[in-house]
Design a protein around this ligand. Structure first.
Ligand SMILES: [Zn+2]
Length: 91
């Protein structure tokens, strides 16, 4: 995974393999560790209920929330359902 808890001047935070801070700053190490575990859980592939039909399916991660039957958009980010899709009419 490459994530670890790092001590900062004013608390603790989770950093990734590139040493970029990816979590909020917590006043104690336990908070950062808890965030890390929660984040790992959220990212891990697991069975999740489909946002559309509520049926559980094998989700590839927190971003993957629609079952194959309801359509799967690759690289769908969080909460961007409103993002306009500009389709090229090019031939
Ligand atoms: Zn579905």
């Amino acid at each position: 995974m490459g994530y670890r808890v790092a001590q900062l001047a004013h608390g603790f935070a989770v950093k990734n393999a590139e040493a970029e801070r990816v979590s909020p700053v917590f006043p104690d190490k336990e908070g950062a560790l808890d965030w890390l575990l929660t984040a790992a859980e959220r990212r891990a592939p697991r069975e999740r209920p489909c946002l559309s039909c509520q049926k559980p399916f094998e989700s590839k991660g927190i971003h993957d929330r629609l079952c194959p039957a309801c359509g799967h958009r690759p690289d769908d980010g969080l909460g961007d359902a409103q993002r306009p899709v500009i389709k090229s009419r090019g031939n």
